[in-house]
Ligand binder design. Structure first.
Ligand code: UT7
Length: 326
């Protein structure tokens, strides 16, 4: 049976580093609080002229190079982002043009931090249905543009970055085994950006009252995330007859080291089998999984034949997981 296989990955992190010590000068916080509660030490901030498609472009070129493909080989580009270049057109269309991927259809997905796995799910389904055979999926976020730098409850968490993966049709035993995506829209108000859409269009008042920035009820989100992710990962392994011992690497969305270690503990897997980089990059929403995946590939932490589990939880609410045989 045809299914999808990741044949190349890439990532890009902007050069500017923002440390916890610098944040101590900006809001009422401490390096100790941020490290203890989140695991984050620093994050990256994009240059003023860099939008989501610009940083996504660099990650995409790397992924294409790793896959040994040219932009014209790509049939479809899916960009997962909550910080598109503009409301219209899609960031995927900007990326298609910048790459010169003339044969590719292009659209965006907004599933917040679960966006990359949502994109993977759509791409895998297109490939299984034999509609497309080479798809570029990208998670790209410039969260610094929707961060309220006066709100200590959110500004210490977020960072900018992009990651990409090329998926190709494959008939071998390797590739995507299963992808599951979920949502609960009734809890939208745990994590959202109030204004700038059709409900509250941009006005002097919305700008003045800081409604274009991300709002999060962190502690409630935390509790739902831990509960939901524990069940998600256990179900995914059980449904596919894989034991936690079979798993070579867990690649989680990088939101909080306490959420990640709770999930790993529930699975009974040691932290040496968990990909962690949130200490350096913070929470980059849809970009965090492809960035972590690319780092794992490039540092030799993933080898052919390994079982890899991706999992994410985010605004929407949305959550998702993917089991892959590398
Ligand atoms: O990306 C996908 C979705 N997002 C997540 O999964 C994030 C989930 N949430 C979290 O990671 C955590 O809830 C946070 C890291 C955001 C917060 O950690 P917490 O342990 O849930 O803390 P809290 O919100 O319950 O706040 C504890 C205290 C509060 O003070 P009081 O009321 O106890 O006096 C906060 O005001 O910590 C205070 N606080 C801070 N103190 C210093 C909140 N932010 C800060 C800060 N520095 N930056």
């Amino acid at each position: 049976m045809v299914h999808s296989r990741i044949t190349g990955t890439g990532s890009y992190l902007p050069g500017r580093v923002l440390t916890n010590y610098e944040l101590e000068q900006m809001v009422d916080t401490t390096d100790e609080w941020i490290r203890d509660r989140t695991g984050i030490r620093e994050r990256r901030i994009a240059e003023r002229e860099q939008a989501a498609s610009d940083i996504g472009l660099i990650a995409s070129k790397e992924a294409l190079k790793a896959a040994g493909l040219k932009p014209r080989d790509i049939d479809l580009i899916i960009v997962a982002t909550v910080t598109p270049d503009m409301p219209l057109p899609s960031t995927a269309c900007f990326l298609q043009d910048k790459l010169g991927a003339k044969n590719a259809a292009a659209f965006d997905i907004n599933a917040a931090c679960s966006g990359f796995i949502y994109a993977l799910s759509v791409a895998d389904a297109y490939i299984r249905a034999k509609v497309y055979s080479r798809i570029l999926i990208v998670g790209s976020e410039v969260l610094s543009r929707i961060t309220d730098w006066k709100d200590r409850t959110t500004c210490v968490l977020l960072g900018d970055g992009a990651g990409a993966a090329v998926l190709e049709a494959d008939r071998s035993k390797r590739g995507v085994i299963s992808v599951k995506i979920h949502a609960d829209g009734s809890k939208w108000d745990l994590l959202y950006v109030p204004a700038g859409g059709s409900r509250q269009p941009a006005s002097e008042e919305t700008v003045g009252t800081r409604l274009h920035y991300l709002k999060m009820r962190g502690n409630e989100t935390f509790k739902v995330a831990v509960r939901t992710l524990e069940k998600l990962v256990v179900d995914m392994l059980e449904e596919n007859g894989i034991t936690p011992d079979d798993l070579s690497l867990l690649v989680p969305h990088q939101a909080n080291h306490r959420i990640i270690s709770a999930t790993a503990k529930r699975l009974g897997i040691g932290m040496e089998r968990v990909m962690l980089n949130l200490d350096r990059y913070g929470n980059t929403s849809a970009a965090s999984i492809p960035i972590a995946l690319d780092e794992a590939v490039r540092t030799g932490r993933i080898k052919e034949g390994d079982y890899i589990l991706l999992e994410a939880f985010g605004g929407g609410l949305t959550w998702a997981s993917a089991l892959i045989r590398w």
